[in-house]
Structure formats: C-alpha cells, structure tokens
Design a protein around this ligand. Structure first.
Ligand code: SF4
Length: 261
C-alpha cells in the first residue's frame, strides 16, 4: 500500500475502531500534485462525508515547518516507528524493490513472469534507451520475448511514448510512467539543495534509499495480517473495494485548484 498517498486510511479505521470522519489523515509526500490528487472527488467518502486524506504536506514543507520551530532533524533522537499491526517489528523501516517510485514495474514483472510463464526472476535488468529515464525490461525464453516492459520518467520521455502509441508502434505490455525525471525521489516537493548541486543531492537520496532493507509485499507480516483479519483474504470483494480505486476526469468546477491547503 503505497504510491497514491490516498490508500492507507482504512487500516486506521478498522484497527483503532474509529470512523473516518474522526480521523485527520495527514500524508507526507515528495510531490505537490498529491495535494490535487487528494482533493479529487474519487477520494471523497460520501458515506462518512469526509476525505480519505485531509492534508498533504511535502517533505520540503515539513523541513520548513521544523526550521520555523527551530528544530534541527540532525539533532533529534530517532523515535520508534508507530505500528498499526501487532505482528510487525516497529524498529526498522523497510521498503519495496524497484526504485523510489513505488516499484510497480518490478513487482508486476516478477509476478507476471512467475504466473504466466513459471519463470522466477531474481534481478530485474534495465536496458537504457534514449536516456536513463527511458529504459526497457524484457523476459526472454528460447529467443522469444515473453514480456516487454518499460519505464518512462519525465515529460520528454512521456511525449516520446505517446508518439509511439499514436503511431501504433508501442511494443510494451506495461509501462511505468512518472512525471518527474528520476521519479519520486526527485519530486518537486522534495527538499531543495542549498549548498550542493541538485544532481548530487539526488544521487545521495538514491544511495540512501537503496540502503533500506527491502521486502516482498506478500512476505510482510502486516500485509498478511491485513488480508487475513480485515479483508477476508486475497482477491475478496472487500480487498477489491478497499484497495483499488479508479480515476475520472475532473470537471473544472470541482477541481481542487480552489482548495486551500
Ligand atoms: S513522479 Fe513526481 S509528480 Fe509523479 S508522483 Fe512522483 S513526485 Fe509526484
């Protein structure tokens, strides 16, 4: 459960036995666009008359708030992580495989290789095309391409991808598209680099991110607990309803542009 920033309300509801309208849900995101996303009608709970996410602040804004309060992050003692799940160790943060933008391509790729072709993929290898933000991943067997995936990050590469689609020359089964070059780690809401180049800062962030221990989502005890105890198992109607969302075109009049954060 990650990525959209609007998908993590329900464990709080169930596990702390409070209704959504009694929760003020704040997410910290690398991105200003998440504010608009949270304001979409898709994420308004009609039944409870409340939003799934009440407030989105960017990492840069958190840093600024701390600065205004005279708090320096480097001087703070690490605090234990707050855990929603009884079986999960709260001492160490963990991440997913597949980069800093959610890792969906890698997860879908491995899953598809296993389920469709019975092939176990350990390391996913990216082949850069025009630049490091447009890369391909293939699964081949006996000279045949079984899966053909790509990542296209940044509008320049997205434009190229759209051109391919328009010309009917898009060979991919799946494309991970992200608006920011280098993905979310380079999001517009991230901290700015004051005394180092933004490229160096990004490389530093990528290095730190790659050091976080990774886990397969299905192996995380909290995820198993969630499915077992709260969602009536994988593939259940409840899981489908609560974990999936859909997007609809935003009408101008109800756009989030007028919302003050
Ligand atoms: S790629 Fe950029 S715009 Fe897209 S979600 Fe990540 S930070 Fe936001």
């Amino acid at each position: 459960m990650q990525g959209s920033g609007n998908d993590s309300t329900f464990p709080c509801l169930f596990m702390q036995h409070v209704t959504p309208d009694k929760i003020y849900h704040v997410t910290v995101m690398p991105c200003y666009d998440k504010k608009l996303e949270a304001s979409r009608p898709d994420f308004f709970n009609q039944e409870q008359q409340t939003r799934d996410v009440d407030c989105v602040v960017t990492t840069g804004e958190v840093f600024k708030l701390l600065e205004e309060e005279g708090v320096s992050l480097s001087e703070l003692e690490p605090a234990p992580l707050d855990g929603l799940y009884s079986s999960v160790s709260t001492q160490e943060p963990t991440s997913h495989r597949g980069g800093g933008s959610g890792g969906y391509l890698e997860h879908v790729f491995r899953h598809a290789a296993r389920e469709l072709f019975g092939i176990h993929v350990d390391e996913v290898t990216y082949r850069p095309l025009r630049n490091k933000d447009f890369q391909e991943v293939t699964l081949e067997s006996e000279g045949r391409v079984l899966l053909h995936f790509a990542v296209a990050y940044g509008f320049r590469n997205i434009q190229n991808l759209v051109q391919k689609l328009k010309r009917g020359r898009c060979p991919y089964h799946y494309v991970e598209v992200m608006a920011c070059p280098s993905g979310c780690l380079n999001g517009g809401g991230q901290l700015k680099a004051p005394d180092t180049s933004s490229k160096e800062l990004l490389q530093h962030v990528e290095r730190l991110y790659s050091m976080v221990r990774t886990e397969e989502p299905e192996d995380v005890p909290g995820v198993q607990e969630l499915y077992r105890d709260w969602l009536h198992g994988e593939g259940s109607e409840q899981a489908s309803c609560l974990l999936h969302t859909s997007y609809h075109a935003v009408e101008k009049a109800s756009s989030g542009h007028s919302i003050r954060w």
